[in-house]
Design a protein around this ligand. Structure first.
Ligand code: NAD
Ligand code: DAU
Length: 373
């Protein structure tokens, strides 16, 4: 079958990547979608069971650092678009093992860029009709102060009330963790390939995602599972850090829109003006899990356990995504209450998915990783 486009999505077996792959495979039967993933501890093909036999889908197990293999794939599949999500993504792991983050996030991204450059420059049309889309994070901007009350869900006029204390696309990079430093470096490489070689790149920086298929080392799925099993909930520091939460399918929709309509060499912030203090979101999650399990709402509050803070813990992230709304018309579809309800329900109804990850080896790893807290 002849396809109109041939697109590689890296990290497609991970949390956000699996939502992007599903969206593209279902929405664009005329595109060939190649999910390229090394299947690290965070990659899980069970995330894509529903689309794995679609005629426009192919899975390739590959390390993004393998330049030769990727260059060959570009040629074999006539790749004209790359949506790059593969990364080491967990801040706590980056504190223990920064080398792995530099290798994958920096060298891996550079390897993809260089292979794409060589292949696209070898074609008569060169960069025409091509796109290299790099998915990044709000963490590259550093941390903000606590200047206003959190919880302004989907309120695009928050800045009018609370001033301009948000990350905008021109905020100076100031990463603090090895994870965010590695993502910042990869962002710079992507922009350098546009400025130096004319590669049609685009970069987006998104806030914290939540939703189905997130690896249960991240706050929301970890806590849902712990509440279910009545295990302690390790809250770092005082629980006062603020994160800006976006439902993962809203992020995937933004990626689709920007891949197709975003301007070359631009940066777009993605976020839903939905800030929450950790401790407040944790209480919402406890109440929701309790209610959906038929327990008395709030009866598991005593699982909250304050533990040693994360080293270099960024105080607050908050994304201003007005540019994306003004230029491309994107805004989140889901209100937070609806999103968190859907999310908790999904994890409770998909216990087997969770058990397959958390049983055996992973449990041992988690205990060792967090032994000093
Ligand atoms: P994830 O950890 O759930 O998934 C990462 C995926 O990348 C996994 O499938 C893994 O197997 C794959 N991978 C890792 N190293 C690889 C390598 N060397 N070669 C090939 N594949 C490799 O991550 P996520 O939370 O879905 O994040 C995806 C992207 O979005 C990352 O680039 C992350 O920085 C960015 N991001 C995440 C969030 C968030 O809240 N989760 C927010 C903003 C941006
Ligand atoms: O902002 C975008 C980023 O969001 C992404 O780039 C990262 O890939 C993603 O992992 C996420 O980073 P965070 O560090 O914000 O997410 P995490 O779920 O690890 O933690 C959310 C907050 O909860 C943070 O302030 C730390 C705190 N926390 C986390 C865990 C796992 C706890 O208090 N206890 C925990 O056990």
């Amino acid at each position: 079958m002849e396809f109109k486009r041939s697109i590689v999505i890296t990290g497609g077996a991970g949390f956000i990547g699996s939502h992007v792959v599903r969206l593209f495979v279902n929405k664009y039967p005329e595109y060939k979608i190649i999910n390229l993933d090394k299947l690290t501890y965070a990659g899980n093909l069970a995330n894509l069971k529903d689309i794995e036999s679609a005629p426009n889908y192919r899975f390739v197990k590959m390390d993004i650092c393998d330049f030769e293999a990727f260059y060959q794939l570009m040629q074999d599949e006539h790749i004209d678009g790359i949506i790059h999500l593969a990364a080491e993504s967990h801040v706590d792991r980056s504190i223990k093992d920064p080398f792995t983050f530099a290798r994958t996030n920096v060298m891996g991204t550079l390897s993809l860029l260089q292979a794409a450059k060589l292949y696209w420059e070898s074609l008569p049309e060169r960069y025409e009709g091509k796109r290299f889309y790099h998915i990044s994070t709000d963490e590259v901007y550093g941390a903000l102060e606590l200047t206003h009350p959190e919880g302004k869900a989907n309120d695009f006029s928050a800045h009018e009330v609370y001033g301009d204390d948000f990350f905008v696309e021109t905020t100076k990079y100031n990463p603090h963790s090895p994870y965010s430093a590695s993502k910042a470096s990869s962002d710079h490489f992507v922009r350098a390939f546009h400025d130096t070689y004319g590669m049609p790149t685009v970069v987006t920086n998104c806030s914290n995602n939540y939703g189905p298929y997130q690896f249960p080392e991240k706050l929301i799925p970890l806590f849902i599972n712990n509440i279910r099993h009545r295990k302690p909930l390790p809250v770092y520091g005082k629980g006062e850090n603020v994160r800006d939460w976006l439902y993962v399918e809203d992020h995937a929709r933004a990626i689709d829109l920007i891949f197709h309509e975003g301007k070359v060499a631009e940066t777009y912030n993605i976020g839903g003006f939905n800030e929450w203090k950790n401790i407040d979101i944790i209480k919402v999650v406890i109440n929701t899990v309790d209610r959906l399990l038929g327990r008395k709402e709030g009866e598991d509050m005593d699982l909250i356990t304050y533990v040693t803070d994360r080293a270099g813990h960024d105080l607050r992230y908050a994304i201003d995504s007005r540019k994306l709304k003004a230029e491309l018309g994107w805004e989140p579809c889901l209100q937070f209450e609806e999103g968190i309800e859907k999310t908790v329900k999904w994890y409770l109804e998909n216990q087997e998915w969770m058990d397959n990850i958390t049983s055996g080896e992973y449990e041992k790893y988690y205990e060792e990783m967090y032994a000093d807290r």
